[in-house]
Design a protein around this ligand. Sequence first.
Ligand code: SF4
Ligand code: SF4
Length: 148
Amino acid sequence: MMMKEHILFADLIKGLSITIKKFFGPSVTLHYPIERRETPERMRFLHKLVLNSAGRPKCIACGFCERICPPKCIKITRGKREDGKIGLTGYELDIGRCIFCGLCVEVCPEEAISMTDIYELATYNRAEAVYTMDRLVRDVPEKREEEG
Ligand code: SF4
Ligand code: SF4
């Protein structure tokens, strides 16, 4: 009985010493969202449709990304554009279903889609998780601006 109590007391002292050491040591947590960790350069989160020199999406509506996407969260619409040519008229990406595999970026023959480091993608409803062409072109910065 005495032996058991001795072991418990030793464990308690050991645990407390770790707590006290960590309490006065350097902090390993961040004051999110005021502070954020630096993201790796090749981080794969929210997509961006890349524009050509004329300011149009580089996408040629080939549909490779739509076909390769494992959860089928990309929907491309082809049709007559404002300039009378046949091409991309709509691009939808349901980020709520995306698994961020990056296959859509890899397969694109035009380098028309890229992925950014924007990871704050929570929404209050599923409809907001569907990114339309406009949102993927205009609302997504290349890289998240640091706040401060
Ligand atoms: S990253 Fe993967 S899951 Fe997400 S849209 Fe691209 S192919 Fe689909
Ligand atoms: S693979 Fe590239 S060019 Fe083809 S539809 Fe997708 S984004 Fe557009």
